[in-house]
Write a protein that binds this ligand. Structure first.
Ligand code: GRF
Length: 209
């Protein structure tokens, strides 16, 4: 099977990246994690990726004159590693419309809320403050608008009466680790069709997972 080459972009602990690496250990998984790229030095995620034997790169956004120069440098690395799909996993830089266009329909993100609710930061605290009973996470294609884009997968969790931000975040994170590898598997197997704002899952072809 021709496994698709994926880069994961991170800025921190990289637990979602870890879940993708774990899933890709299975030889029948349709993607391999070929590169982990961080804009922060010495983050936990880089250590995890290195110990899994995965190529890593650190591109310091502060070294560059501007966003475009930073992104061109990332783009070059993605080319060198012959990357076909990009997964954002806690990557804390806003990406320019230019970069997003390069990766149109080939770049996905995980967000810790049921989009379109709670775009942006502090999603768990805001969900608790609003008193919602259901919260969750979303995997979506990346478009220039922040935390928007066609939705591939979502998982909901109940909000408990005694939840703190930390307990709610942990329950959502467990679902993130489940749905992100599932969503990437569908993407890498060419089983996602974008129709306007909707993503339709196509049936598996016989003999292909
Ligand atoms: C996750 O909650 C993800 O949804 C959000 O940033 C967090 C990253 O966590 N985009 P990790 O680095 O994957 O552990």
């Amino acid at each position: 099977m021709n496994r698709r080459r994926v880069a994961v972009l991170i800025s921190g602990r990289g637990s979602n990246m870890g879940a993708l690496i774990e899933a890709a250990r299975d030889p029948s998984y349709p993607a391999e994690i070929a590169l982990v790229l961080s804009n922060k030095a010495e983050v936990g995620g880089l250590a995890t990726a290195k110990s899994a034997g995965i190529a890593t790169a650190f591109v310091d956004h502060k070294m560059f004159a501007g966003r475009e120069e930073f992104e061109r440098s990332m783009e070059r690395l993605l080319e060198i590693h012959r990357i076909e799909f990009v997964c954002l996993a806690g990557f804390m830089r806003i990406l320019s419309p230019w970069f997003i266009r390069q990766w149109q329909d080939r770049m996905v993100n995980i967000h810790p809320s049921l989009l379109p609710s709670y775009r942006g930061l502090d999603t768990h605290a805001r969900a608790l403050a609003d008193g919602v009973k259901i919260h969750g996470c979303t995997v979506h294609f990346v478009v220039p608008e922040l935390d928007a884009g066609p939705i591939i997968a979502q998982a909901a969790v109940r909000v408990h009466d005694d939840d703190s931000e930390a307990t709610l975040a942990a329950r959502v994170l467990a679902e993130e680790h489940r749905i992100y590898p599932e969503a990437l598997a569908l993407l890498a197997a060419d089983r996602l069709s974008i129709r306007g704002n909707r993503v339709v899952t196509l049936p598996a072809r016989p003999g292909v997972s």
